[in-house]
Write a protein that binds this ligand. Structure first.
Ligand code: LIP
Length: 261
């Protein structure tokens, strides 16, 4: 693919994310309390998830008919040029009326994430990166924090029912024992975007899906941070653990979380 092809996809990803964000915000503001389902224990689903994903998939098919799409809700097909999308990352927040969620769009070419875009329609924050081109927030260059001590750090530890609670609690205990502060916000994509923007110093989760992760991981790497090899062992289809952080905390966080060894 020429640079032009990648540039066109980068611009399209940003425009599609904005359009999806507008639809998401509209659905959030008009929703009735309690209108959600559970796909599984603590795994939320709203009608908006499907509607937003269908919009994104349609726009990509119109612009790049030769690419394939894989989405959290509708599935799809992986290929050498595949878009990996989470229409609403932070669905539990969306479902319960908490305005902390986003759309996450990644373009993966030949096994590496080339483009990542995350849009939070509630704050108007548009995070974007292309490999080798840096990471931006609303057009401003982003950089990870300069935090060098765990005792001065804030680390987000994502959680889901996909791994035993005891493993999460044990990881939490090891991270807190380093003196770090911790949080869990319910959106892995926004957690990774916050690492890229230096608001927090690391994000770890024992299992997370590619559609939650790939765009945010590229943001971190392009903002000068470090991330584990998430796509190893078929991470694209099966998900993986994720650890992304400011470089000075890498060793301490690998040790505390057991991710990225
Ligand atoms: C979410 C992830 C988050 C995880 C949540 C949930 P969703 O994705 O982004 O990292 O901790 O449990 O899986 O389901 O909101 O798209």
């Amino acid at each position: 693919m020429t640079g032009h092809g990648l540039e066109a996809r980068y611009l399209a990803a940003s425009a599609i994310a904005r359009e999806a964000g507008d639809l998401m915000r509209q659905r959030f503001e008009e929703r009735e309390a309690g209108t959600y389902k559970l796909k599984g224990h603590q795994d939320y689903l709203t009608e908006a998830d499907g509607e937003v994903e269908r919009l994104i998939t349609r726009r990509i098919a119109e612009a790049f008919p030769g690419d394939t799409v894989f989405g959290e809700e509708g599935g799809g097909q992986f290929s050498a040029q595949v878009w990996v999308i989470d229409p609403i990352d932070g669905t539990a927040n969306f479902a319960r009326g908490i305005p902390h969620f986003c759309v996450s769009i990644a373009f993966v070419r030949d096994g590496a994430t080339a483009i990542g875009v995350i849009c939070n329609p509630m704050t108007g924050e548009h995070f974007a990166a292309r490999r080798g081109g840096g990471a931006t927030l609303n057009g401003r260059a982003m950089k990870v924090s300069a935090t060098a001590e765990m005792r001065q750090s804030t680390i987000e530890l994502g959680w889901s029912m996909r791994r035993p609670m005891e493993h999460y609690v044990a990881m939490l205990g090891r991270v807190v024992a380093t003196g770090a502060g911790f949080r869990r916000s319910g959106s892995g994509a926004l957690g990774l975007a916050y690492v890229a923007d230096g608001r927090i110093d690391g994000y770890a989760e024992l299992h997370i899906n590619s559609w939650d992760t790939l765009a945010g991981l590229l943001l971190v790497e392009e903002a000068g941070g470090w991330g584990n090899d998430f796509l190893a062992n078929d991470g694209l289809a099966r998900g993986n653990p994720v650890l992304a952080c400011t470089p000075a905390l890498r060793e301490a966080l690998v040790q505390a979380t057991g991710i990225g060894r």
